[in-house]
Design a protein around this ligand. Sequence first.
Ligand SMILES: Cc1ncc(COP(=O)(O)O)c(C=O)c1O
Length: 429
Amino acid sequence: MTSQVGVLNFAQPARRPWLEQWLHTCRDLSALTESHPMMDAVIDEVDGRMIRVGDHWLADFASCNYLGFDLDREIIEAVPAYLDAWGTHPSWSRLLGSPVLYEQIEERLTALLGAEDSLVLPTITHIHMSVIPLLAAGGTIFLDQRAHKTIYDGCQIARSHGATVRRFRFEDPDHLDELLRAEPGAGARLVCMDGVNSMTGNAPDLQAFAAVTRRHGALLYVDDAHGFGVIGERRADETSPYGMRGNSIVRHTGEDYEGIVLVGGFSKAYSSLLAFIACPPEVKRLLKVAAPPYLYSGPSPVASLATVLAGLDVNERRGDALRAELHRLSARVVDALAGLGVRTPNHSGFPVVEIPLRDHERIDAVGRFLFERGVYVTLAAYPLVPKPEVGFRAQLTAANTDAEVDALIAAVADLAERGELQSAAEVPC
Ligand SMILES: Cc1ncc(COP(=O)(O)O)c(C=O)c1O
């Protein structure tokens, strides 16, 4: 018989105060996930960008498949040949060995980015947790106050390895400058921030941040999870203001990689489980012997490597047309909000459009309204975002239809009419 000593009894709430404490901290979100049809949903079926949850069909504006590669026949049909050649999963850690597909991806990716070199690992989270502590090297990290949680967590690990973390104000290169000046030091100095922001949908002034970082001899580490595949180099013949080739924020802003390490992922625009770090070859050599996910973690499934390679082909031939369509659909939404006088932080026209509520406590009711109207979005509840920014986020993809966008705009117009949304004239507190 198993001893009960040390075994948690989940039937007795009084005996799990740690759990109660966590649930209390996350109570707004926890109440929503337990009861709300648009949180933690089970999706039964997809048909294009329409999804079925139970007996409800909804237009999906919550996926990050910006280029629509998840539904692209050419990419889907490329997968079986890779499975025939490689099986379903390599299952070596990369230190032991990697299918040649990895070499092919890194070579093509490096060329697309115009970087010196690149290394791919399964996810951006793996990269932040392992690479930030290495690059910080027990020195000082200057962290964007609104950086993505996974960057923040990577910095916490670096802190446990002896690094100091200072936080600079969001979108404020002058504040970064001040902090760097106040802490000259001879040790490593790493600046960590987002590229295209996952909530505002805007890009930072990368040129300004790069100039400050270089001036102080620090290294700039940028996570462009939402920009890679969507924005790219500007050209006279570009098909939209997103630029061409989707080769990310460094190229989009006309920067080079001097003093910049770029991190991005294929799990959004390329619909594949893989991520990358673009860095100089000597940093890559270090990561291949010192970054735990390279040494110890399992690799991405072959199907994901296949969809990355097929995605790179499609990006070359049709990517710019898809980006033009993505821009057109996103502009329809952003322009409609402007016409309705509804506030959104998005001033870039990029496909991440957050719409804050007038009253954060209305999140449950507004989410249910959208669900009933057949519109599926990401609910941004407290504490995921600060209370004045509680609202919902719509992400456009090239696979959305105009009819789906019409449904989104009509639902937002009704919410505005009911006084649920902030006015564009209001300054958020
Ligand atoms: C800015 C940003 N960084 C990192 C991640 C996590 O990426 P991954 O799933 O590759 O770990 C996300 C996911 O939403 C993100 O938005």
